[in-house]
Design a protein around this ligand. Structure first.
Ligand code: NAP
Length: 391
């Protein structure tokens, strides 16, 4: 069997590093054609040395010049690109068969669209792509006949539970959530949460933005929108279940009352390997799930009063159009502001709600109107986080 050449956006991030670990475990199955990172030149240099991609891209010209200089002393010399054009060329690189889309935030949207346009299959971790422009992305993917394979563990679980069943028989998606580090805290306690505490996730080691999103439950809200587009299911048929052990990664309920769950230890290499090799399963080196040691699996309903991000994301999903892009952009800015200690933890949903209320939803959005809404929402959220929203 020939090796599958991959492009990886966000290779220096948590998902990127786990993806490269899967490639390292299966050198006869995958090869790295192209890599893109943001600013972490040290790690990218090391990845270039080990995986020998033909082309790489970084955030800006200065970083590209620095990288080229660093590569002088290495044997392998890839083409070095930068910026939006560089990312799009990595994503749509002719030799690649699949794009692993794992940048964080809205930055992933345009290169992911470029890959779909070029007919590449997609292993999608960057949920923001579907949140911002789900309709456009899924329509283009359909017209190009490419596969959109979920990397997010919950969506991989749903995708796996849907295999071999008739879609008409689907009743509900039961989307599990760890609940993050604060799901049992009181409102008063939430007001005192620090960035350090919010960055300590109980089960998963992830990038900073998604870790904060997990603590506010915005991550689950974004995942509701992601599931809505991936599986063509209305938000009313997606029920969130807080499951602190993160063993059941999600479930599908069918009309006959059967509920099919996918379980496993919290290790992103499992859903990544499934997306890369689909429909095959690979013998991933990962500790086995030991149910005897676990003993209890708990499930709780989410509290949307305490975690308003969930309510806001569902509202954005229901109303659609440019509102999910606005929700996402305001969230990205608010999370940064919280990490910089400019706003409190409950200030995050307050900023998002204010920006959403002030937004005039476009009637039938194009990619350009969506990008405009994203820019507008960032400006509004920046303004709100500069003045004291929390006072
Ligand atoms: N981590 C998980 O377990 C997990 C699970 C499910 C879904 N996801 C999703 O996967 C995506 C990545 O998450 P992550 O946890 O891997 O994030 P991460 O560790 O923060 O990594 C983000 C990656 O994106 C790059 N990047 C950041 N800003 C960029 C920009 N403006 N332009 C270009 N590249 C940029 C970073 O580059 P540098 O570091 O080089 O600057 C890094 O390679 C997110 O959408 C997240 O929601 C993650």
């Amino acid at each position: 069997m020939s090796k599958k050449p991959l492009s990886i956006l966000g290779s220096t991030g948590s998902i990127g590093v786990s993806t490269l670990d899967v490639v390292r475990q299966f050198p006869d199955r995958f090869e790295v054609a192209a890599l893109a990172a943001g600013r972490n030149i040290d790690l990218l240099c090391e990845q270039i040395r080990v995986f020998e991609p033909s082309v790489v891209a970084v955030l800006d010209q200065g970083l590209a010049a620095g990288l080229k200089q660093r590569l002088h002393s290495q044997n392998h010399q890839p083409e070095v690109l930068f910026g939006r054009e560089g990312y799009e060329r990595v994503a749509a690189y002719p030799k690649s068969r699949m794009l692993v889309s794992a940048m964080v935030g809205a930055a992933g949207l345009l290169p992911t669209l470029a890959a779909i346009e070029a007919g590449k299959d997609l292993a999608l971790a960057n949920k923001e792509t579907l949140v911002i422009a789900g309709e456009i992305v899924m329509r283009l993917a359909k017209s190009k006949g490419i596969r959109v394979l979920p990397v997010d563990s919950e969506h991989s679980a749903i995708f796996q539970a849907l295999q071999g069943n008739h879609r008409e028989a689907l009743k509900r998606i039961l989307l599990t959530a760890s609940g993050g580090p604060f799901f049992d805290r009181t409102r008063d306690e939430l007001a005192m949460v620090t960035p350090e505490a919010a960055l300590r996730h109980p089960n998963w080691t992830m990038g900073r933005k998604i870790t904060i999103d997990s603590a506010t439950l915005m991550n689950k809200g974004l995942e509701v929108i992601e599931a809505h587009w991936l599986f063509d299911v209305p938000v009313e048929q997606i029920a969130i279940h807080i499951h602190p052990e993160s063993i059941v990664h999600s479930m599908v309920e069918y009309v006959d009352g059967s509920v099919i769950a996918q379980m496993g230890i919290p290790d992103m290499r499992i859903p990544i390997a499934y997306a890369l090799a689909y429909p095959e399963r690979l013998p991933v080196q990962s500790p086995p799930l030991d149910l005897f040691r676990l003993q209890n699996l708990n499930f709780y309903p989410p509290d949307e009063e305490k975690f308003p991000c969930l309510r806001l994301a569902k509202e954005a999903c229901r109303r659609g159009s440019t509102l999910p892009a606005v929700l996402n952009a305001a969230n990205e800015v608010a999370v940064e502001a919280f990490l910089d200690r400019r706003i409190t933890f409950p200030g995050i949903p307050r900023v998002i709600e204010t920006v959403m209320k002030d937004h005039q939803v476009a009637a039938s959005p194009t990619l350009e109107t969506i990008l405009q809404a994203d820019r507008w929402a960032r400006q509004e959220a920046e303004r709100l986080t500069r003045v004291a929203t929390d006072s």
